[in-house]
Design a protein around this ligand. Structure first.
Ligand code: HEC
Length: 200
């Protein structure tokens, strides 16, 4: 080993002691700590909706592979998922069994998602109407009474006019439960009207 090499090695050893020892545990520094073994704490990853230089289309998010279906993504039962039958017409009745539990679930979901605008009785006198005077449909008008169940499901799914669609926040099974509850609200009103003697 020549004298020069020894000096260089000595200088390297000297500086590395400072580099490694410089920010040992417990010392404060405004710089991020030196991570000698990063393991998997920090790894390159793709975040949603970001650009990519890897794929030709420049987007990091990918389309599903053609001809494949994600687990749980097979929606063969068109009536259940769209409210329309094979003939593209709205189904007349709810395509699941309507029982007390379903109506109860529908009441709960209705109170969360519909009541703010349509009010507890479905008269369309919710907060939007009270404060903003927004004309909100009543369920007790002939037009809605004559709607098929599939059509009401479609209104919840896709919205109509000023009403937004609730496709994403409310899963299909709950949308049908809400339809069942809306039907019950309508039936109760009709039954009460029938039971009340007409004024002379
Ligand atoms: C943000 C307020 C709002 C919420 C929440 C809301 N609606 Fe509506 N809804 C409206 C308004 C406003 C209209 C009238 C739309 C128009 O005619 O422009 C309407 C109309 C309707 C109609 C009549 C549609 C037609 O074809 O005339 C139905 C049925 C209905 N809503 C059901 C529901 C159900 C069921 C829910 C709960 C899942 C719900 N709405 C939640 C505001 C709302």
């Amino acid at each position: 080993m020549t004298g020069r090499t020894r000096r260089v090695l000595g200088a390297l050893a000297f500086t590395s002691i400072f580099a490694l020892g410089g920010c040992a545990r417990g010392c404060t520094s405004s710089r991020p700590p030196i991570h000698l073994n990063p393991s998997m704490d920090d790894q390159p990853k793709v975040r949603p909706q970001t650009a990519s230089t890897f794929f030709y289309d420049g987007a990091s998010m990918r389309q599903p592979v053609p001809g494949t279906v994600a687990i749980g993504g097979l929606k063969e039962d068109a009536a259940f998922f769209t409210g329309k039958g094979a003939d593209e017409q709205f189904v007349a009745t709810i395509p699941v069994t309507v029982d007390e539990a379903l109506v109860e679930r529908g009441r709960q979901r209705y109170e969360i998602y519909c009541q703010p605008c349509h009010d507890a009785r479905g008269d369309g006198r919710g907060i939007l109407f009270q404060r903003g005077n927004v004309p909100t449909a009543t369920f007790h008008q002939d037009k809605i009474l004559n709607y098929s169940d599939g059509q009401i499901f479609d209104v919840i799914t896709n919205g109509v006019g000023l009403m937004p669609g609730y496709r994403w926040p409310i899963p299909p099974a709950d949308r049908w439960a809400i339809v069942a509850y809306v039907r019950q609200l309508q039936r109760d009103r009709l039954a009460r009207a029938a039971a009340t003697p007409a004024r002379p």
